[in-house]
Design a binder for this molecule. Structure first.
Ligand code: HPA
Ligand code: ZN
Length: 338
């Protein structure tokens, strides 16, 4: 049996791989640019969208860093985050774990606290007004050096109560996880949970480094882990979740066609795969679009869809009581549909 769009929307889901700067829709970008007196090198929203044709991760990152350049004030980060939360809520996301890239802002003179305060206030309002719970994950930009990451970590430690984890993003190839071993050791010592992007473009060895050297609790993407049988067995045995992003993989040419996406193999291997939007404003879809795209391209069954929703809840860092409530809601939906 196939899962309908409405069934997928109603399933309680957690989103575990979303870069808040990647949810910056062109309409809001123009509005904030106008308010801040910043020039955008495009004439219209349509012209911006037309520029979103990428051939690899780097060609996307160049545009992504340019786009976030209009964010200057706390209110900008608030508006950005609130817009994402509303959109995620409409897709049936009940809990979200949001990446942010402080170095993309501090590097152009915006204070760490301006970024964090704006995002944080929106997350609090999102919980009160929309009922979405959340965690924040601060990413280190891996194309920068480890000393820059360590200085950023020092700023985050002062706000340990608002940041649950640290991650690693930006240009993967040539910047292996091992480059950040000291920064991650210090982050874990300070109580942050670790995650890292690995195996999006980088080889299986980068996934192994993330596990062995950074001691991550989840792997972001992880597609290329499937090239190593030993690594697949290990991910399965250790129940390491993968935060998979299908439409991102298609737009960044990680897969040539969604019908060749490795998600189904991941599920067949018993891996804890989850579905996420990564940078939805750039890749043409939020969580629900990602679910329906893989359902159709890979011919996923309703059981597969339910497994993916369940995985997202169990792999999240939400309160255990809350997780059990959502899992029970999923069970009730299945009973009602039989
Ligand atoms: N990969 C690496 N870095 C990123 C991504 C991604 O998919 N999105 C935003 N920064
Ligand atoms: Zn990502």
């Amino acid at each position: 049996m196939k899962a309908s769009d409405d069934f997928i929307r109603r399933l309680p889901k957690a989103e575990l791989h979303i870069h808040i700067e990647g949810s910056f829709e062109p309409e809001l970008m123009f509005e904030i640019a106008r308010r801040n007196g910043v020039r955008i090198p495009f004439d219209s929203v349509e012209a911006v969208r037309a520029a979103y044709e990428f051939e690899d991760l780097q060609s996307f990152l160049d545009i992504y860093y340019q786009g976030m350049g209009v964010l200057l004030a706390e209110r900008d980060f608030y508006d950005l985050t609130m817009a994402y939360l509303r959109r995620a809520r409409d897709d049936g996301v009940v809990h979200t774990e949001i990446f942010f890239d402080p170095q993309g802002h501090t590097g152009r003179g915006v204070a760490f606290e301006t970024v964090l305060n704006g995002i944080w206030k929106a997350l609090r309002d999102g919980e009160r007004q929309l009922g979405i719970t959340s965690r924040l994950i601060m990413c280190f930009l891996r194309h920068l050096d480890e000393d820059d990451a360590l200085r950023t970590l020092d700023q985050a430690i002062a706000h340990r109560d608002r940041i649950a984890g640290v991650g690693l993003d930006s240009s993967e190839v040539g910047h292996p996880p091992g480059k950040f071993e000291r920064a991650f050791a210090r982050a874990r010592e300070a109580g942050f949970v670790a995650v890292a992007h690995a195996g999006e473009e980088g080889p299986p060895a980068y996934v192994e480094e993330a596990l062995d050297l950074l001691h991550v609790a989840r792997i972001d993407h992880g597609n290329r882990a499937l090239e190593s049988m030993a690594l697949v067995k290990r991910l399965e045995a250790e129940r390491i979740p993968l935060t998979v992003c299908p439409l991102s993989n298609l737009k960044l040419c990680v897969v040539p066609d969604l019908r060749e996406h490795p998600l189904k193999q991941m599920l067949e291997a018993g891996l804890v795969a989850t579905i996420n939007s990564d940078d939805p404003a750039y890749f043409g879809g939020y969580v629900l679009d990602n679910f329906t795209a893989v359902r159709d391209a890979l011919d996923l069954s309703a059981d597969d869809i339910v497994t993916l929703a369940r995985n997202s809840i169990t792999a999240s860092w939400a309160d255990e009581i809350q997780k059990n409530r959502w899992l029970a809601e999923i069970d009730a939906m299945i009973s009602a549909s039989i």
